[in-house]
Design a protein around this ligand. Structure first.
Ligand SMILES: CC(C)(COP(=O)(O)OP(=O)(O)OC[C@H]1O[C@@H](n2cnc3c(N)ncnc32)[C@H](O)[C@@H]1OP(=O)(O)O)[C@@H](O)C(=O)NCCC(=O)NCCS
Length: 138
């Protein structure tokens, strides 16, 4: 599926393995260009924003092999993906990184990293680029 999506230009998948030779996938995430409807941006962030969809980078399907969950690979994958957003933003404007959490548990993981829920969409969350940049400058 990752290969098909990449060929179509819909997403890029990045996998974590032990060493470059290993075929065992420990975790992965996908990235795509995306957007966030103005109505879904929380009001405290949407003041003074134009009333059309905001440019975003989507992190899709971030997951860690069940056998090694709780050993900080999820955090490393997330930080890796956020670094890609930082690099991309030097070429393409990105207002925020967005994720669509599968369920309440996964949502809590993103809340832990200061993602904020969309207005009116329970399982979609965003992290403004400004917050990402600020945390990297500290
Ligand atoms: C959510 C997930 C990515 C977290 O990865 P992980 O490697 O287990 O988490 P980490 O060890 O990196 O955790 C880092 C921090 O996040 C916190 N955290 C992890 N999962 C959490 C959860 N569900 N709720 C709240 N906090 C969570 C940890 O407590 C830790 O906090 P700390 O900084 O205070 O120590 C992983 O559990 C997972 O893949 N879940 C299934 C996701 C899935 O099914 N995706 C869909 C595939 S299509």
């Amino acid at each position: 599926m990752a290969g098909q999506d990449a060929k179509k230009g819909y997403s890029k998948t990045f996998v974590a393995t032990i060493g470059v030779e290993s075929k065992e996938i420990l975790g992965y995430y996908c990235t795509s260009a995306s957007s966030i409807e103005f109505e879904n941006i929380p009001q405290n962030l949407s003041k003074r924003l134009p009333k059309y969809p905001a440019p975003a980078m989507l992190i899709g399907r971030l997951a860690v092999n069940k056998l090694i969950q709780g050993q900080r690979l999820g955090e490393r994958l997330l930080m890796h993906a956020l670094s890609r957003a930082v690099r991309a933003t030097s070429e393409i404007a990105i207002f925020a990184v967005r994720v669509d959490a599968l369920d309440e548990e996964v949502k809590k993981f993103y809340l832990h990293y200061e993602f904020v829920p969309f207005e009116g969409k329970e399982f979609s969350l965003l992290l403004p680029m400004k917050t990402i940049m600020k945390s990297r400058n500290n």
